[in-house]
Design a protein around this ligand. Sequence first.
Ligand code: PLP
Length: 404
Amino acid sequence: MNTDNIRNTHYKSICVKDPSIENNHGHIPPIYATSTFTYEDLDAAFAFFRGENKIPIYTRFGNPSVGFVAQKIADLEACDVDEVKEAKGLLFASGMAAISSALLSQLKSGDAVLCQAVTYGASSDLIHNSFKALGVESVDSDFKDMEKVKRIIQANPTIRVVYLETPANPTLSCVNIKAVADLAKQYDIKVIVDNTFATSYAQQPFRFGADIIVYSSTKFMNGHGTGLSGAVVVKNEEDFQKAYKIQKNFGGILSPFEAYLLNIGIKTLPLRMVQHQQNAQQLAEFLSFHPKIKKVNFLGLDSHPDQELAENQMFGPTGMMSFELEGGLDAGIKFQKNIKFCTRTASLGTTDTLVTHPASTSHSVVPRDKRLAIGITDGMIRSSVGIEYIEDIIADFAQALDAV
Ligand SMILES: Cc1ncc(COP(=O)(O)O)c(C=O)c1O
């Protein structure tokens, strides 16, 4: 995959430019640190509550510091995508708040979700356990055999949503979004895609027919690890109103301060993504030739089973990878203990290179037998490759491997 391929379009300008909100001409839009907005025009305020206008009233209903960032994320998802006329976004307190709200906006008791087998641990727990308690059943699939997916849908007429996370955390397995969306449309099923790993820089699910995009914008979008946030992006007014109602009534809004930090991060997203991808490519190539490494999951390597699919639906392999050491869990723990320059932490998408152990962190809630069945072994290490000098990253991995 070509990691030098820089997305040289209007996309970069959307990342950088901010609107002048509420006729305030601050170069950077201000943080409206307020719970309420005064009723300058009482009739307009009454009209708001009748649903006749969209003026700022109360921060849970919308805050100008948050709204324009949500719209920026939506514009990035729709940039150069001819099929989408008007994308709209909402920001939430975390990725999980966004994912649960998107699902709540489309599901009711008695419905079912067809879910990608490999997803972030909490998303899997949410769908299989929290939603089950609300009367929503779930079925798993790896989406590799579309005839099988069709049979699952035909056998389960209550399926109303297909939930995909592509590339998936932490195996980087990918799903053909177009194939799934084309099938789902025939059965009036909504397709929701978690785009956290790729971001709209590397993949635009609307291009392939997805209905709703969700994010942990805590990760690459914010890019600096300064706070949590989540996004829901939709492509029609009906889905927007459904998600907005859930946000208003369940209340999982993003604070104006976190929105400010997120917006600052997004300005450099294209530059960071290029560097993440280039560094990850070099690190993956180093690891794939190392005698103590059994397997590297990275979409820029020909050895990844979904490399070709990623090449077709993505714009670069992202900065994420996972790998397995010869020697399993013990070797994995030793490797992590020996890491010195890079950072041991559970998150991803920040400017520094992060190393984590999915089995005991991000996927600890997934039952061990299921975890092993979907390829998340006890010894697997996940790395979010940062934008530091690549030789420093490789030297740290090399010395940590020497000590294993
Ligand atoms: C792919 C993916 N989706 C969603 C989430 C949840 O995001 P948050 O921690 O912002 O709630 C994560 C967190 O790691 C993730 O990796």
